[in-house]
Design a protein around this ligand. Structure first.
Ligand code: GH3
Ligand code: MG
Ligand code: MG
Length: 297
């Protein structure tokens, strides 16, 4: 089931705030309240609401300025409807030029407000679905490579800042071409799907699991040292080899090879060297006969 939409209402008039809050709660929204422009900007950053209903005349910074700030940072994708007594055409144009997505004048009829809210939430949901699809691998449902790059950079920065190393694993199915050749591509697809599902069952929620390429996967284990990473990798190796992959009448035993690199470590001191080192470790595992784990030198 979809989560209820989160709507931030910004108004310095308690009676209006209350009336709008009750109305949106009745329509199944989660409601957040702010009473000045500065608070609205901070709350948008912290809570990432799905929609903001903003009064224009407000203490601290006004609604136009708050809207402009919200639209010019990481919160820029949140739709904003300005709700105000300023009903002249020039006010509406100014509002839209400050980045507002819609403009409603007070006094308003709730039916109109609700229709506009519903329209904005439709657009926001479509945007969210698109965002999710763009970082998801269609076959396995786990993250794709597009997600990895910025996320890995973030992990590296965090780990350097807090002196908390993490482990990066690269797993590659062994002789996977043979699986396709012998059983056909659809069965190969099924193996990849089940491989991802099986591993997902054996990793932690905080771990980041990515399909890096065709039959290559990257697993980031936050706050994990080399001994723990080795233990996890050996366990996953066993999880893969211990049970055949079955689809319809076909079944096949599959193994995988794994490279590990800790960040930061003597092997990888920078973000750029990390994936290279872990790939080299994977190559060592392949050279050593496959179905094994190797650590970056
Ligand atoms: P190695 O043990 O050295 O990794 O051998 P390999 O055969 O696994 O490696 P290779 O790189 O030679 O071949 C990878 C194969 O994976 C070839 C490609 O057709 C297959 N593959 C890549 N993506 C997919 C996919 O989405 N579905 C299926 N069925 N096969 C895929
Ligand atoms: Mg392979
Ligand atoms: Mg490969």
């Amino acid at each position: 089931m979809n989560k209820p939409p989160k709507v931030l209402i910004v108004d310095d008039e308690p009676a209006i705030l209350k009336a709008m809050q009750i109305n949106l709660l009745q329509r199944g929204c989660e409601v957040l309240l702010a009473t000045d422009g500065e608070e609205a900007v901070q709350m948008a950053l912290k809570e990432k609401p799905d929609l903001i209903l903003m009064d224009v005349v407000l203490p601290t910074i006004d609604g136009m300025e708050a809207c402009h700030r919200i639209k010019s940072q990481s919160t820029g994708f949140i739709p904003v409807i300005l709700v105000t007594v300023q009903n002249e055409l020039k006010n509406k144009i100014a509002g839209m030029n400050h980045g507002a997505d819609d403009y409603l004048t007070k006094p308003f009829v709730f039916e109109e407000l609700n229709t506009r809210v519903a329209a904005m939430l439709r657009i926001k949901r479509a945007y969210d679905d698109q965002q999710t699809a763009s970082i998801t691998d269609a076959l396995t449902g786990i993250y794709n490579r597009r997600y990895l790059q910025p996320r890995l950079k973030e992990e590296c920065d965090r780990s350097l800042r807090y002196g908390q190393p993490f482990a990066c694993l690269m797993l590659d199915l062994d002789h996977f071409k043979n699986i396709n050749d012998k059983y056909g591509h659809p069965f190969g697809d099924e193996v990849l799907k089940q491989f991802a599902a099986r591993l997902r069952e054996h990793i932690r929620r905080a771990d980041i699991f990515v399909r890096y390429g065709g039959e290559e996967f990257v697993l980031i284990l936050p706050e994990t040292d080399i001994n723990e990473a080795k233990r996890v990798a050996e366990n996953l190796r066993d999880v893969v080899q211990s049970k055949k992959f079955v689809a319809g009448a076909q079944s096949a035993a599959v193994t995988c090879s794994t490279g590990i690199c800790i960040f930061p470590s003597a092997a990888a001191t920078t973000f750029d060297s990390l994936l290279k080192r872990v790939d080299e470790a994977l190559y060592e595992a392949k050279k050593s006969g496959r179905n094994c784990v190797r650590i970056a030198a």
